[in-house]
Design a protein around this ligand. Structure first.
Ligand SMILES: [Zn+2]
Length: 244
């Protein structure tokens, strides 16, 4: 089982849960909201070999955490996984776009100086700008757009410039999410939960629940469920440049 976008450090019982996640999931990317959180989380989850921690500065907390930008930039050289970074133009957060965008641009350009990063990217309500910025910093690594919810034209641009996508049960529960996923390239899609902030049927998602995307993906793509699982595993190995 695989979860490419989890906030495992923000579950109430994160540490105990992490032991179980490490056993059950072959790979979990824990994204963080600030460099300080990254350091704390990396310490706490050290030794759990199937769990990787991303260095991030979440756009939703950009106002409070902008003082940690230098810290973010200084850490990028050494961090193979970057996230959560990006921009949020939804009504609640669009007021801070003028703070979010320079942070995101600085992170991308620093990633561009240290190729090979996997970046988990937030783009809600700012999809067009995020894709534009990614297009202009092509060597910044592999952008993995998490829960992409933009327009079809923006999705097409994202596909064209080589973006990957992480999709979760909550996204697959909606008509719009399914329509977007139908247009994503099979070989650039990975499962995610975005837990603990997501739930399906009133139940908060656990990191192993990401694997339940296989059934709806099988339906959308007209493939057997087992083949979807195999495809997702191959995608992961390609993303991590490991032999399949
Ligand atoms: Zn997230």
């Amino acid at each position: 089982m695989i979860d490419l976008h989890s906030h495992l450090d923000l579950y109430p019982d994160g540490l105990a849960l992490a032991q179980e996640v490490n056993r059950r999931n072959e790979f979990t990317l824990v994204v963080t909201t600030s460099p300080r959180a990254y350091r704390a989380t990396s310490r706490v989850f050290a030794g759990l070999r199937n769990i990787k921690v991303g260095l991030g500065l979440h756009p939703e907390v950009s106002v409070a955490k902008q003082g940690e930008l230098d810290d973010l930039l200084a850490g990028i050289a050494k961090a193979p996984f970057i996230g959560e970074i990006g921009m949020d133009g939804s009504p609640r957060f669009r007021g801070s776009l003028s703070i979010q965008e320079p942070i995101f641009r600085a992170a991308l350009s620093e990633c561009g100086r240290h190729p090979g990063k996997v970046m988990s990217i937030h783009s809600r309500g700012a999809e067009r700008r995020v894709v534009e910025l990614l297009a202009t910093t092509k060597h910044a690594g592999v952008p993995l757009l998490h829960w992409f919810s933009g327009a079809l034209a923006e999705l097409e641009n994202a596909v064209r410039i080589g973006c990957w996508f992480s999709v979760g049960p909550a996204m697959l529960a909606g008509e719009k999410g399914r329509a977007l996923i139908a247009r994503m390239p099979l070989n650039r899609v990975l499962p995610e939960t975005d837990g603990p902030f997501t739930s399906v049927g009133g139940k908060p998602l656990q990191p192993w629940d990401a694997w339940s995307v296989r059934e709806p993906l099988a339906e959308i793509w007209g493939m057997p469920v087992a083949d979807i699982g195999e495809q997702l595993r191959q995608n992961l190995h390609r993303l991590l440049r490991k032999p399949g």
